[in-house]
Design a protein around this ligand. Structure first.
Ligand SMILES: [Zn+2]
Length: 316
């Protein structure tokens, strides 16, 4: 096995200020729970902290329309107003600041792994991004963070990247942005049927989907994704791995009915690390998506990180 490369931890205080509404599941407490858990587990000291920069207009334009970017930026200084996008998504005071940092985190992550300063860069950011389409914010998402990172990597001369999206929900935004772009292999697993009820995937050659019925458990999950993803990875040989790291497929999550356990996220971390070591020089950039049971989220992030840190899971 390769030696462990440094792990970068990228975040920004703005990501803990954004709040769609009181009691909304995509809450600032999510990042607090994760960071408290990693501190208690003794893992924080093994990661190198970085402050996320804001994504630049040029970086956003690679995956979003000018109209979408203008619409987002126009809501930067809205004071105490609340501007609804859909029933679950709204601009509030800190939204645009946080969204720019969340998108910029992935750009920094790509730069850190490309220069060899990190093996894994984990972007502990919110709002999440994978529902944000080229021209539309939706589903708690404003800019598509993982897509901005992938496009940044391609702009640096990489020819093939892979995105793992193991969030409970389908990453319709990432699929919208990269469908039929053969430079980007998008490997998705998700509960089906469920939000966002997207049906556009099957005809696109670079989207490898694993739709899962409600109550799918860890052993069935592992078999299904390995069978679907490994042949595609073998064909593509990605030079960089990106991850839409959502943890809402956990059995304890209130938004869905998949039945993954903490140890399944350790398995996913190891699976992704092995792929990265085999084809991508160990380079992985992961960005936080969903995960709404605070304790399950925090323990699952810890479990996902463990293979990259070379440690064992700490007892509960
Ligand atoms: Zn989700």
């Amino acid at each position: 096995m390769r030696a462990h490369l440094p792990v970068a931890w990228i975040t920004h205080p703005s990501c803990r200020r954004h709040q769609i509404a009181d009691g909304h599941p995509e809450s600032p407490q999510r990042l607090a729970a994760i960071e408290d858990r990693l501190l208690a587990a003794g893992l924080s000291g093994f990661m190198h902290p970085y402050e996320a920069p804001e994504a630049s207009r040029e970086q956003l334009q690679r995956v979003h329309t000018d109209a979408h970017i203008e619409h987002m930026l126009a809501h930067r200084d809205i004071g105490e107003r609340r501007v609804e996008i859909d029933g679950d998504t709204a601009f509030t005071r800190h939204t645009v600041d946080a969204a720019l940092r969340a998108a910029g985190a992935g750009v920094l992550g790509v730069d850190l792994v490309m220069t060899g300063e990190a093996g894994l860069a984990f972007c502990a950011v919110r709002p999440p991004g994978h529902h944000a389409e080229r021209a539309r914010a939706m589903g708690f998402c404003f800019f598509n963070n993982v897509a901005v990172a992938a496009a940044h990597a391609l702009s640096k001369g990489l020819r093939h990247v892979a995105i793992f999206d193991f969030d409970l929900h389908y990453g319709n935004g990432t699929a919208d942005i990269f469908r039929n772009d053969t430079r980007v292999l998008l490997l998705s697993s998700y509960q089906h049927p469920l939000y966002p009820h997207w049906t556009g995937a099957p005809e696109a050659i670079n989207l490898v989907d694993v739709p899962l019925r409600a109550y799918t458990d860890g052993p069935a999950y592992r078999t299904a994704v390995a069978e679907a993803w490994l042949p595609a990875l073998e064909r593509t040989r990605p030079e960089l791995i990106l991850v839409s790291a959502g943890f809402d497929a956990h059995a304890a999550d209130p938004l869905g009915d998949l039945r993954l356990r903490t140890e399944d996220y350790r398995w996913l971390g190891q699976f992704i690390r092995d792929v990265a070591d085999a084809t991508a020089g160990g380079r992985v950039v992961a960005t936080l998506e969903g995960g709404y049971d605070l304790q399950a989220l925090a323990r699952s992030v810890e479990a996902f990180l463990t293979p990259f840190l070379g440690g064992e899971l700490t007892p509960a």
